[in-house]
Design a protein around this ligand. Structure first.
Ligand code: 5GP
Length: 198
């Protein structure tokens, strides 16, 4: 069953803006200006949803995943690792993969040090958006290269009309999204679950 988190849904309806090409702008509370109270509420919801899953580390991807991942790591007292989009010249022992970004219409390399994503780690991946699932697929590749284990993936906002979530769930991955949007057609935000509980 798809459920969404009421506080985030309300905020998206209040402050989210649709752009051409199925993009939702949430820079007033997630992507540029950040609302820490909402972030805390969202992290508490992730803790509830992943309560039955064991993990020792939180993994995200820069830049927009860092804030929600750090809030969750802070509440759970767990380390947070972010995959980098540019390989630092000072960093060796790197895991690298390539990701296609549909918002930027280009591919980019994503990397992470083997010192921080290690064999035997059980990681929970957190990101702001799930769209086509390309960033998530890159992360799965990094986790496999490291010999680590993926405990689950949590997203603040999933755009189900881009089907990344279908792919991840078909792979048996536990995916939790706090707000699921099934259409941005005609710049109208439509949620996958419009029930009162949502
Ligand atoms: P995917 O790799 O799943 O296709 O896209 C996920 C990544 O693209 C996220 O990390 C996010 O940064 C960006 N993204 C995808 N869709 C949106 C959107 O509608 N709005 C914003 N602000 N970012 C998006």
């Amino acid at each position: 069953m798809i459920t969404c988190f009421g506080a985030l849904k309300e905020r998206i309806l209040k402050d989210g803006k649709c752009l051409e090409g199925g993009i939702l702008k949430v820079d007033g509370f997630i992507n540029h200006q950040i609302d820490p109270d909402l972030l805390e509420q969202m992290s508490v919801e992730f803790i509830r949803r992943f309560a039955d899953v064991k993990f020792n580390k939180i993994l995200t991807i820069e830049a927009s995943g860092i804030a929600p991942a750090v809030m969750l790591g802070f509440l759970l007292h767990l380390p947070v690792v972010f995959a980098k989009k540019k390989k630092p010249s000072t960093m060796d022992n790197m895991l690298t993969t390539t990701v296609y970004s549909f918002t930027k219409n280009r591919t980019y390399d994503v990397c992470c040090s083997r010192n921080f994503l290690c064999r035997g780690d059980k990681v929970l991946f957190i990101d702001d958006f799930l769209a086509n699932g390309n960033a998530a697929k890159g992360i799965i590749d990094l986790v496999q290269q490291a010999g680590a284990e993926l405990a689950g993936m949590g997203f603040l906002i999933e755009k189900s009309f881009q089907h990344g979530g279908d792919y991840l769930r078909s792979q048996g991955i536990k995916v939790e999204s706090l707000a699921v949007i099934d259409s941005l057609d005609n710049c109208r935000i439509s949620f996958a679950d419009d029930s009162i509980a949502c």
